[in-house]
Design a protein around this ligand. Structure first.
Ligand code: MG
Length: 383
């Protein structure tokens, strides 16, 4: 059992333009959530009593959208420098001078409660605290592409955020900071004012999103869980000249009857994907009573399910569909069906299976009354 955290407030700084990351990175999605939302959620979950998010002055709508559904945060406008943005956040925060405040960069989204705890607890005998990682690689100073000298890495640390201070300590230190001089971070400001800043163990996952390629690395650091969903569907045979199965039209002396194109393979697969993410069924998303789906191509149902999965930061791993009928013969069309599904799902061909079976003339499929399909989808979602 873990003891409760000391009471604290927080300022999340998201006022940068993100020019090196190729645009305003704080609103981009990572693991299905806007970058800024990760650390705001982590700080609120850890019990932040008050939380100010500092954003570019004109970005109120983006912030409201990115933080929708969370409560306990307020916005403050950014300044012309990081230091000015932090000071705006601290002014907006207010509160008792002795209350610990965590100051955090939104560009470090993967914030864990253990880091929050270590940083806050270190304030017990210091004027400030910051998480940092020891430098593991050997360091070289180079010029014009050639090594000039080795740099001793002993005692060198890579500073991260959140950095913790009592509110009075950091506001007084900023007030004493020489005007116009750029400040590296709050730890440097408090140190200049004579404060002692403690280093606590950081977290490699707290990497800063600086360059566009950093997003892929951060995605890979997000824990994911594999899930499985299954779907089943059946449609009745009726008069017609062709049938849609797994997105492929096959010439046949009958067709499947349904509100849409009655592609039972795609319907079962759509339900399998929705089922894997606990997101209802195809009828919830496309009610058969709604005239706009009459005769609709079922491709769009499947694509919709995949888009909902992607919106949650999820991905498809593989799918497996079984068609159950006596006729038509599925085997000559299996490869075309797999290729069509692979294209719709953006999956490699070996992650897409279409199989077929008869029921040896038994049951409704065996008597030729209808065709049935079942499907399984494996997905992964951010944990
Ligand atoms: Mg159906």
């Amino acid at each position: 059992m873990t003891s409760s955290l000391p009471a604290f407030a927080a300022v999340v700084v998201a006022a940068g333009s993100g020019s090196r990351a190729g645009g305003a990175k704080q609103w981009r999605r990572l693991g299905g959530r806007p970058v800024i939302r990760w650390s705001v959620e982590a700080l609120l979950d850890a019990g932040a009593e008050d939380l100010v998010v500092v954003i570019p002055a004109a970005a109120g709508d983006e912030a409201a959208e990115a933080l929708k559904g969370l409560s306990g945060w307020r916005l403050a406008p950014g300044g012309s420098s990081r230091a000015e943005s932090v000071c705006n956040g601290l002014s907006a925060l207010g509160g008792p001078s002795g209350r610990p405040v965590l100051i955090h960069d939104a560009a470090r989204p993967l914030l864990d409660v253990a880091v929050i705890r270590r940083t806050l607890e270190a304030l017990a005998d210091a004027d400030g605290a910051l998480p940092a990682l020891p430098v593991a690689d050997s360091l070289r100073k180079a010029s014009a592409g050639f090594i000039e000298e080795a740099v001793q890495r002993d005692g060198l640390w890579r500073a991260q955020t959140p950095q913790a201070f009592r509110r009075g300590t950091i506001t007084d230190a900023y007030a004493a900071w020489p005007a116009g001089e750029p400040a590296t971070d709050e730890a440097a400001v408090v140190q200049r004012a004579g404060g002692r800043v403690r280093v606590v163990e950081g977290d490699p996952r707290l990497m800063k999103l600086t360059f566009p390629e950093d997003f892929a690395m951060a995605e890979a650091l997000i824990p994911r869980r594999t899930r499985v969903g299954q779907g089943f569907d059946a449609h009745r045979w009726g008069p017609g000249t062709s049938v849609w199965l797994c997105g492929v039209e096959i010439a046949h002396d009958q067709t499947l009857i349904g509100h849409s194109d009655a592609d039972a393979g795609l319907h079962a697969l759509t339900d399998a994907i929705l089922g894997a993410m606990g997101d209802g069924d195809i009828g919830d998303h496309f009610p058969p009573t709604d005239p706009q789906w009459k005769g609709a191509s079922s491709d769009q149902f499947l694509v919709h399910a995949v888009e909902r999965l992607q919106a949650r930061g999820g991905g498809l791993v593989n799918v497996d569909v079984t068609l159950i009928c006596e006729r038509p013969k599925v085997k000559p069309h299996r490869q075309a069906m797999r290729e069509r599904l692979a294209a719709l799902l953006s999956l490699p061909l070996d992650a897409v299976s279409v199989k077929a079976t008869t029921t040896e003339a038994m049951g409704f499929t065996g008597r030729g009354e209808g065709l049935a399909a079942q499907a399984i989808a494996t997905i992964d979602l951010p944990a």
